[in-house]
Write a protein that binds this ligand. Sequence first.
Ligand code: ZN
Ligand code: ZN
Length: 85
Amino acid sequence: MSEISNQEWIDKVSIIYCQTKETVAQEAAGVGCRMATITCPCGRKRAMVKMYQCLYCKIWMCDPCAEAHFGQTVAEYREEHPVGA
Ligand SMILES: [Zn+2]
Ligand SMILES: [Zn+2]
């Protein structure tokens, strides 16, 4: 029934687990939201405020990974949905 394999599920769950652990540890250390960092599944570590969380997977991603994950680049989206006139 599921579109993704068990292994993919395990990977996803472990990514979310690691990211949650990362944020919880920083919170416990008193690091503010604006200063907290999070590691993208690709290995890039960035400020949390510069990361994007998928509504469905709950995984935090950096720009290029988010574009790939959401299936469209920001440039492509802007072309399809121009801002203003
Ligand atoms: Zn997703
Ligand atoms: Zn990434």
